[in-house]
Ligand binder design. Structure first.
Ligand SMILES: NC(=O)c1ccc[n+]([C@@H]2O[C@H](COP(=O)([O-])OP(=O)(O)OC[C@H]3O[C@@H](n4cnc5c(N)ncnc54)[C@H](O)[C@@H]3O)[C@@H](O)[C@H]2O)c1
Length: 362
Protein backbone atom coordinates (compact mmCIF):
# COMPACT_ATOMS: atom_id res chain seq x y z
CA UNK A 1 0.00 0.00 0.00
CA UNK A 2 1.35 3.52 -0.81
CA UNK A 3 2.38 6.06 1.89
CA UNK A 4 -0.32 8.04 3.62
CA UNK A 5 -0.26 11.80 3.99
CA UNK A 6 -2.21 13.68 6.67
CA UNK A 7 -3.25 17.13 5.58
CA UNK A 8 -4.87 19.74 7.75
CA UNK A 9 -8.33 20.56 6.36
CA UNK A 10 -7.83 24.36 6.50
CA UNK A 11 -4.54 24.03 4.66
CA UNK A 12 -6.06 21.66 2.09
CA UNK A 13 -8.94 24.10 1.55
CA UNK A 14 -6.47 26.90 0.79
CA UNK A 15 -4.58 24.62 -1.62
CA UNK A 16 -7.76 23.62 -3.50
CA UNK A 17 -8.89 27.25 -3.75
CA UNK A 18 -5.47 28.22 -5.12
CA UNK A 19 -5.62 25.45 -7.74
CA UNK A 20 -8.96 26.64 -9.13
CA UNK A 21 -7.97 30.32 -8.96
CA UNK A 22 -4.96 29.42 -11.14
CA UNK A 23 -7.22 27.46 -13.49
CA UNK A 24 -9.36 30.59 -13.98
CA UNK A 25 -12.24 30.28 -11.48
CA UNK A 26 -13.56 33.35 -9.70
CA UNK A 27 -12.81 33.55 -5.98
CA UNK A 28 -16.42 32.50 -5.19
CA UNK A 29 -16.27 29.50 -7.49
CA UNK A 30 -12.88 28.37 -6.14
CA UNK A 31 -14.23 28.69 -2.57
CA UNK A 32 -17.42 26.69 -3.27
CA UNK A 33 -15.42 23.93 -4.99
CA UNK A 34 -12.95 23.80 -2.09
CA UNK A 35 -15.80 23.86 0.47
CA UNK A 36 -17.40 20.85 -1.15
CA UNK A 37 -14.35 18.72 -1.89
CA UNK A 38 -12.72 19.19 1.52
CA UNK A 39 -16.07 18.62 3.28
CA UNK A 40 -16.44 15.32 1.39
CA UNK A 41 -13.01 14.21 2.70
CA UNK A 42 -13.89 15.38 6.21
CA UNK A 43 -17.10 13.33 6.04
CA UNK A 44 -15.03 10.26 5.14
CA UNK A 45 -16.10 10.10 1.47
CA UNK A 46 -12.64 10.29 -0.09
CA UNK A 47 -14.16 9.06 -3.35
CA UNK A 48 -15.79 12.49 -3.75
CA UNK A 49 -13.17 14.71 -2.17
CA UNK A 50 -10.00 16.37 -3.43
CA UNK A 51 -9.08 13.17 -5.29
CA UNK A 52 -11.55 14.34 -7.97
CA UNK A 53 -9.34 17.33 -8.87
CA UNK A 54 -7.22 15.55 -11.52
CA UNK A 55 -10.37 14.32 -13.26
CA UNK A 56 -11.93 17.81 -13.16
CA UNK A 57 -8.71 19.26 -14.60
CA UNK A 58 -8.82 16.76 -17.47
CA UNK A 59 -12.49 17.54 -18.06
CA UNK A 60 -11.62 21.26 -18.22
CA UNK A 61 -8.74 20.64 -20.65
CA UNK A 62 -11.03 18.51 -22.83
CA UNK A 63 -13.61 21.31 -22.96
CA UNK A 64 -16.32 19.53 -20.96
CA UNK A 65 -16.23 21.38 -17.64
CA UNK A 66 -16.94 25.11 -18.12
CA UNK A 67 -15.61 27.53 -15.50
CA UNK A 68 -17.53 30.46 -14.02
CA UNK A 69 -21.01 29.42 -15.14
CA UNK A 70 -24.06 30.28 -13.05
CA UNK A 71 -27.08 27.97 -13.33
CA UNK A 72 -29.91 29.54 -15.31
CA UNK A 73 -33.57 29.22 -14.25
CA UNK A 74 -35.22 27.94 -17.42
CA UNK A 75 -38.70 27.43 -15.94
CA UNK A 76 -40.25 28.93 -12.83
CA UNK A 77 -43.75 27.95 -11.68
CA UNK A 78 -43.37 29.04 -8.06
CA UNK A 79 -42.88 25.85 -6.06
CA UNK A 80 -41.20 24.08 -8.98
CA UNK A 81 -38.01 25.33 -10.59
CA UNK A 82 -35.92 23.96 -13.44
CA UNK A 83 -32.30 25.04 -13.75
CA UNK A 84 -29.76 24.50 -16.50
CA UNK A 85 -26.23 24.40 -15.09
CA UNK A 86 -24.70 24.95 -18.55
CA UNK A 87 -21.91 22.43 -17.94
CA UNK A 88 -20.58 24.54 -15.07
CA UNK A 89 -19.05 23.30 -11.84
CA UNK A 90 -21.62 21.19 -9.99
CA UNK A 91 -20.31 22.60 -6.72
CA UNK A 92 -21.63 26.00 -7.81
CA UNK A 93 -24.75 24.85 -9.66
CA UNK A 94 -26.05 22.58 -6.89
CA UNK A 95 -25.27 25.19 -4.22
CA UNK A 96 -27.28 27.84 -6.06
CA UNK A 97 -30.06 25.38 -6.95
CA UNK A 98 -30.45 24.52 -3.24
CA UNK A 99 -30.48 28.22 -2.28
CA UNK A 100 -33.32 28.82 -4.77
CA UNK A 101 -35.20 25.73 -3.56
CA UNK A 102 -34.83 26.68 0.11
CA UNK A 103 -36.22 30.15 -0.59
CA UNK A 104 -39.23 28.63 -2.40
CA UNK A 105 -39.81 26.07 0.36
CA UNK A 106 -39.89 28.96 2.84
CA UNK A 107 -42.68 30.53 0.75
CA UNK A 108 -44.71 27.48 -0.21
CA UNK A 109 -43.86 24.83 2.42
CA UNK A 110 -42.50 22.58 -0.33
CA UNK A 111 -40.36 23.07 -3.41
CA UNK A 112 -39.03 20.87 -6.19
CA UNK A 113 -35.90 21.78 -8.11
CA UNK A 114 -34.78 20.10 -11.33
CA UNK A 115 -31.10 20.70 -12.09
CA UNK A 116 -29.66 19.47 -15.38
CA UNK A 117 -26.43 19.59 -17.41
CA UNK A 118 -24.32 20.10 -14.34
CA UNK A 119 -20.72 18.97 -14.15
CA UNK A 120 -20.18 16.50 -11.27
CA UNK A 121 -22.11 17.53 -8.16
CA UNK A 122 -20.00 15.27 -5.95
CA UNK A 123 -21.21 14.16 -2.56
CA UNK A 124 -25.00 14.57 -2.55
CA UNK A 125 -25.14 14.67 1.26
CA UNK A 126 -23.51 18.10 1.05
CA UNK A 127 -26.61 19.48 -0.73
CA UNK A 128 -28.95 17.76 1.72
CA UNK A 129 -26.96 19.28 4.61
CA UNK A 130 -27.44 22.71 3.05
CA UNK A 131 -31.22 22.10 3.15
CA UNK A 132 -31.09 20.73 6.71
CA UNK A 133 -29.04 23.72 7.93
CA UNK A 134 -31.95 25.87 6.77
CA UNK A 135 -34.32 23.62 8.77
CA UNK A 136 -35.72 21.55 5.88
CA UNK A 137 -36.19 17.88 5.06
CA UNK A 138 -34.98 17.01 1.55
CA UNK A 139 -34.92 14.14 -0.95
CA UNK A 140 -32.51 13.94 -3.88
CA UNK A 141 -32.66 11.69 -6.95
CA UNK A 142 -29.52 11.85 -9.07
CA UNK A 143 -28.37 10.32 -12.35
CA UNK A 144 -25.11 10.48 -14.27
CA UNK A 145 -25.73 11.40 -17.92
CA UNK A 146 -24.38 8.88 -20.42
CA UNK A 147 -21.67 7.43 -18.15
CA UNK A 148 -22.59 3.77 -17.65
CA UNK A 149 -20.76 1.88 -14.91
CA UNK A 150 -23.41 -0.36 -13.34
CA UNK A 151 -24.97 -3.56 -14.72
CA UNK A 152 -28.76 -3.98 -14.35
CA UNK A 153 -29.99 -6.79 -12.07
CA UNK A 154 -29.89 -9.85 -14.33
CA UNK A 155 -27.50 -8.17 -16.83
CA UNK A 156 -23.74 -8.50 -17.35
CA UNK A 157 -22.50 -5.18 -18.72
CA UNK A 158 -22.57 -1.49 -17.72
CA UNK A 159 -25.76 0.38 -18.62
CA UNK A 160 -26.24 3.27 -16.15
CA UNK A 161 -24.41 5.38 -13.59
CA UNK A 162 -23.96 4.95 -9.86
CA UNK A 163 -27.12 7.09 -9.42
CA UNK A 164 -27.13 8.20 -5.78
CA UNK A 165 -30.23 8.66 -3.63
CA UNK A 166 -30.15 10.93 -0.59
CA UNK A 167 -32.58 12.06 2.12
CA UNK A 168 -32.11 14.14 5.26
CA UNK A 169 -34.08 14.86 8.43
CA UNK A 170 -32.90 17.66 10.77
CA UNK A 171 -32.93 16.73 14.48
CA UNK A 172 -33.06 18.87 17.60
CA UNK A 173 -29.76 18.89 19.45
CA UNK A 174 -28.15 16.31 17.15
CA UNK A 175 -26.70 16.22 13.65
CA UNK A 176 -29.35 15.38 11.02
CA UNK A 177 -30.25 11.86 9.99
CA UNK A 178 -28.62 11.53 6.58
CA UNK A 179 -29.05 8.75 4.06
CA UNK A 180 -26.61 9.32 1.19
CA UNK A 181 -25.37 6.53 -1.04
CA UNK A 182 -24.77 5.34 -4.55
CA UNK A 183 -27.25 2.73 -5.77
CA UNK A 184 -24.26 0.63 -6.84
CA UNK A 185 -22.88 -1.58 -4.06
CA UNK A 186 -19.94 0.85 -3.84
CA UNK A 187 -19.38 4.26 -5.43
CA UNK A 188 -17.11 4.28 -8.50
CA UNK A 189 -14.68 6.60 -6.67
CA UNK A 190 -14.14 3.91 -4.06
CA UNK A 191 -12.71 1.67 -6.81
CA UNK A 192 -10.39 4.57 -7.78
CA UNK A 193 -9.27 4.95 -4.16
CA UNK A 194 -8.69 1.15 -3.89
CA UNK A 195 -6.78 1.15 -7.21
CA UNK A 196 -4.57 4.04 -6.05
CA UNK A 197 -3.91 2.29 -2.73
CA UNK A 198 -3.19 -1.02 -4.49
CA UNK A 199 -5.83 -2.96 -2.53
CA UNK A 200 -8.69 -5.26 -3.57
CA UNK A 201 -12.37 -4.45 -3.29
CA UNK A 202 -14.63 -6.52 -1.00
CA UNK A 203 -16.25 -9.41 -2.93
CA UNK A 204 -19.76 -8.94 -4.29
CA UNK A 205 -19.42 -5.47 -5.82
CA UNK A 206 -17.72 -5.98 -9.19
CA UNK A 207 -17.89 -8.11 -12.33
CA UNK A 208 -15.31 -8.20 -15.12
CA UNK A 209 -15.97 -7.56 -18.84
CA UNK A 210 -17.28 -11.10 -19.20
CA UNK A 211 -19.70 -10.76 -16.31
CA UNK A 212 -17.60 -12.85 -13.87
CA UNK A 213 -17.32 -11.83 -10.21
CA UNK A 214 -14.01 -10.10 -9.34
CA UNK A 215 -12.37 -8.09 -6.53
CA UNK A 216 -9.91 -6.28 -8.85
CA UNK A 217 -10.64 -2.50 -8.86
CA UNK A 218 -8.62 -2.34 -12.12
CA UNK A 219 -11.66 -3.54 -14.09
CA UNK A 220 -13.17 -0.09 -13.46
CA UNK A 221 -9.95 1.80 -14.29
CA UNK A 222 -8.66 0.30 -17.53
CA UNK A 223 -10.08 -1.66 -20.50
CA UNK A 224 -11.55 -4.16 -20.97
CA UNK A 225 -14.00 -2.58 -18.54
CA UNK A 226 -16.12 -4.54 -16.11
CA UNK A 227 -19.10 -3.20 -14.14
CA UNK A 228 -20.23 -2.34 -10.68
CA UNK A 229 -23.27 -4.24 -9.40
CA UNK A 230 -26.32 -2.51 -7.91
CA UNK A 231 -26.69 -2.82 -4.12
CA UNK A 232 -29.46 -5.05 -2.77
CA UNK A 233 -30.11 -7.16 -5.88
CA UNK A 234 -33.36 -6.19 -7.68
CA UNK A 235 -34.24 -3.54 -5.03
CA UNK A 236 -31.11 -1.47 -5.58
CA UNK A 237 -31.50 -1.81 -9.33
CA UNK A 238 -35.12 -0.61 -9.07
CA UNK A 239 -34.06 2.44 -6.98
CA UNK A 240 -31.26 3.18 -9.49
CA UNK A 241 -33.84 3.14 -12.26
CA UNK A 242 -36.03 5.66 -10.40
CA UNK A 243 -32.96 7.88 -9.81
CA UNK A 244 -32.24 7.73 -13.55
CA UNK A 245 -35.79 8.69 -14.53
CA UNK A 246 -36.62 11.13 -11.71
CA UNK A 247 -33.11 12.61 -11.66
CA UNK A 248 -32.36 12.57 -15.39
CA UNK A 249 -35.66 12.79 -17.29
CA UNK A 250 -37.91 14.74 -14.87
CA UNK A 251 -35.26 17.42 -14.26
CA UNK A 252 -35.19 18.29 -17.96
CA UNK A 253 -31.85 16.52 -18.40
CA UNK A 254 -30.83 13.37 -20.23
CA UNK A 255 -30.86 9.69 -19.29
CA UNK A 256 -28.19 7.17 -20.29
CA UNK A 257 -28.62 5.46 -23.66
CA UNK A 258 -26.76 5.09 -26.93
CA UNK A 259 -27.35 8.72 -27.98
CA UNK A 260 -26.05 10.25 -24.74
CA UNK A 261 -22.91 8.16 -24.13
CA UNK A 262 -19.97 10.37 -23.13
CA UNK A 263 -16.70 9.96 -24.98
CA UNK A 264 -14.53 10.80 -21.96
CA UNK A 265 -14.48 9.18 -18.51
CA UNK A 266 -13.78 12.64 -17.05
CA UNK A 267 -16.91 14.24 -18.56
CA UNK A 268 -19.11 13.54 -15.54
CA UNK A 269 -22.45 15.29 -15.80
CA UNK A 270 -25.16 14.93 -13.18
CA UNK A 271 -28.84 15.74 -13.15
CA UNK A 272 -30.67 16.00 -9.84
CA UNK A 273 -34.30 16.35 -8.84
CA UNK A 274 -34.62 17.66 -5.28
CA UNK A 275 -37.73 17.90 -3.12
CA UNK A 276 -37.38 20.30 -0.18
CA UNK A 277 -40.06 20.22 2.53
CA UNK A 278 -40.67 22.42 5.57
CA UNK A 279 -41.27 19.87 8.37
CA UNK A 280 -43.32 22.46 10.28
CA UNK A 281 -45.85 22.55 7.44
CA UNK A 282 -47.12 19.18 8.71
CA UNK A 283 -49.48 18.85 11.67
CA UNK A 284 -46.89 16.83 13.58
CA UNK A 285 -46.23 18.43 16.98
CA UNK A 286 -44.61 15.20 18.29
CA UNK A 287 -42.43 14.72 15.21
CA UNK A 288 -39.10 15.13 17.03
CA UNK A 289 -40.12 13.08 20.09
CA UNK A 290 -41.26 10.29 17.75
CA UNK A 291 -38.04 10.44 15.77
CA UNK A 292 -35.88 10.36 18.92
CA UNK A 293 -37.98 7.57 20.48
CA UNK A 294 -37.38 5.46 17.39
CA UNK A 295 -33.65 6.14 17.39
CA UNK A 296 -33.38 5.26 21.12
CA UNK A 297 -35.39 2.09 20.55
CA UNK A 298 -33.22 0.96 17.64
CA UNK A 299 -30.00 1.64 19.55
CA UNK A 300 -31.14 -0.57 22.41
CA UNK A 301 -30.81 -3.63 20.19
CA UNK A 302 -28.04 -5.87 21.63
CA UNK A 303 -24.90 -5.29 19.57
CA UNK A 304 -24.08 -8.20 17.24
CA UNK A 305 -20.39 -7.31 16.71
CA UNK A 306 -17.71 -4.80 17.71
CA UNK A 307 -19.30 -1.80 16.00
CA UNK A 308 -21.88 0.25 17.91
CA UNK A 309 -25.29 0.72 16.29
CA UNK A 310 -25.35 3.97 14.36
CA UNK A 311 -28.08 5.87 12.61
CA UNK A 312 -27.56 7.23 9.07
CA UNK A 313 -25.29 10.27 9.19
CA UNK A 314 -23.38 9.27 12.33
CA UNK A 315 -20.60 7.65 10.33
CA UNK A 316 -19.90 10.95 8.55
CA UNK A 317 -20.06 12.90 11.82
CA UNK A 318 -17.53 10.58 13.49
CA UNK A 319 -15.19 11.04 10.53
CA UNK A 320 -15.54 14.81 10.72
CA UNK A 321 -14.55 14.86 14.37
CA UNK A 322 -11.53 12.59 13.80
CA UNK A 323 -10.30 14.25 10.61
CA UNK A 324 -10.68 17.79 11.88
CA UNK A 325 -8.35 16.78 14.67
CA UNK A 326 -5.92 14.41 12.90
CA UNK A 327 -5.98 15.81 9.37
CA UNK A 328 -7.31 14.31 6.13
CA UNK A 329 -5.59 11.09 5.03
CA UNK A 330 -4.49 10.95 1.39
CA UNK A 331 -2.56 8.12 -0.27
CA UNK A 332 0.66 9.08 -2.08
CA UNK A 333 -0.72 8.33 -5.58
CA UNK A 334 -3.75 10.57 -5.09
CA UNK A 335 -1.61 13.34 -3.58
CA UNK A 336 0.85 13.20 -6.51
CA UNK A 337 -2.00 13.35 -9.02
CA UNK A 338 -3.46 16.39 -7.25
CA UNK A 339 -0.07 18.14 -7.22
CA UNK A 340 0.30 17.41 -10.93
CA UNK A 341 -3.15 18.91 -11.54
CA UNK A 342 -2.05 22.04 -9.60
CA UNK A 343 0.87 22.49 -12.03
CA UNK A 344 -1.48 21.89 -14.98
CA UNK A 345 -3.70 24.68 -13.60
CA UNK A 346 -0.74 27.06 -13.74
CA UNK A 347 0.55 26.96 -10.15
CA UNK A 348 4.30 27.59 -10.00
CA UNK A 349 6.62 24.89 -8.68
CA UNK A 350 7.61 27.24 -5.83
CA UNK A 351 4.02 27.81 -4.73
CA UNK A 352 3.35 24.06 -4.93
CA UNK A 353 6.47 23.32 -2.89
CA UNK A 354 5.31 25.79 -0.23
CA UNK A 355 2.00 23.90 0.08
CA UNK A 356 3.76 20.54 0.03
CA UNK A 357 6.13 21.59 2.81
CA UNK A 358 3.15 21.77 5.15
CA UNK A 359 2.04 18.14 4.64
CA UNK A 360 3.35 15.20 6.62
CA UNK A 361 3.56 11.58 5.52
CA UNK A 362 3.46 8.36 7.54
N1 LIG B 1 -22.32 12.71 -7.93
C1 LIG B 1 -22.43 11.45 -8.29
O1 LIG B 1 -22.61 11.14 -9.45
C2 LIG B 1 -22.34 10.37 -7.25
C3 LIG B 1 -22.51 9.06 -7.64
C4 LIG B 1 -22.43 8.07 -6.67
C5 LIG B 1 -22.16 8.37 -5.35
N2 LIG B 1 -21.98 9.68 -5.01
C6 LIG B 1 -21.65 10.01 -3.61
O2 LIG B 1 -20.67 9.10 -3.15
C7 LIG B 1 -20.70 9.08 -1.74
C8 LIG B 1 -20.39 7.69 -1.28
O3 LIG B 1 -21.45 6.80 -1.64
P1 LIG B 1 -21.41 5.29 -1.13
O4 LIG B 1 -22.45 4.54 -1.84
O5 LIG B 1 -20.01 4.80 -1.20
O6 LIG B 1 -21.80 5.50 0.39
P2 LIG B 1 -21.64 4.46 1.62
O7 LIG B 1 -21.75 3.06 1.14
O8 LIG B 1 -20.42 4.85 2.37
O9 LIG B 1 -22.95 4.76 2.48
C9 LIG B 1 -23.07 5.98 3.11
C10 LIG B 1 -24.40 6.03 3.84
O10 LIG B 1 -24.49 4.94 4.77
C11 LIG B 1 -24.62 5.48 6.11
N3 LIG B 1 -23.93 4.59 7.01
C12 LIG B 1 -22.62 4.23 6.98
N4 LIG B 1 -22.36 3.37 7.97
C13 LIG B 1 -23.53 3.17 8.64
C14 LIG B 1 -23.91 2.37 9.76
N5 LIG B 1 -23.03 1.59 10.40
N6 LIG B 1 -25.19 2.43 10.16
C15 LIG B 1 -26.09 3.23 9.53
N7 LIG B 1 -25.79 3.98 8.45
C16 LIG B 1 -24.52 3.95 8.03
C17 LIG B 1 -24.00 6.83 6.03
O11 LIG B 1 -24.40 7.68 7.10
C18 LIG B 1 -24.52 7.29 4.68
O12 LIG B 1 -25.86 7.68 4.74
C19 LIG B 1 -22.05 9.65 -1.33
O13 LIG B 1 -21.82 10.88 -0.71
C20 LIG B 1 -22.79 9.85 -2.66
O14 LIG B 1 -23.62 10.99 -2.69
C21 LIG B 1 -22.08 10.68 -5.92
Amino acid sequence: MSALYRIDSVHLHQFVQAIWRHAGSTADEARLVADHLVAANLAGHDSHGVGMIPSYMTSLAQGHLQLNQRPEIVKDVGAVLTLNARNGFGQVAAYEAMEHGIARARNFGIAAVGLHHSHHIGRIGHWAEQCAQAGFVSFHFVNVEGDPMVAPFGGSDRRFGTNPFCAIFPRHGHKPLLLDFATSGIAFGKTRVAWNKGVEVTPGYLIDHQGNATTDPGVMQQPPYGSLLPFGLHKGYALATMCEILGGALSGGRTTHQATLQTSADAIFNCMTTIIVNPHAFDAPAMHQEAEAFIDWVKQSPQSGDEPIQVPGEWEEANRRARQEQGIPLDANSWQQICHAALQAGMSADELDAFRAQTSSS
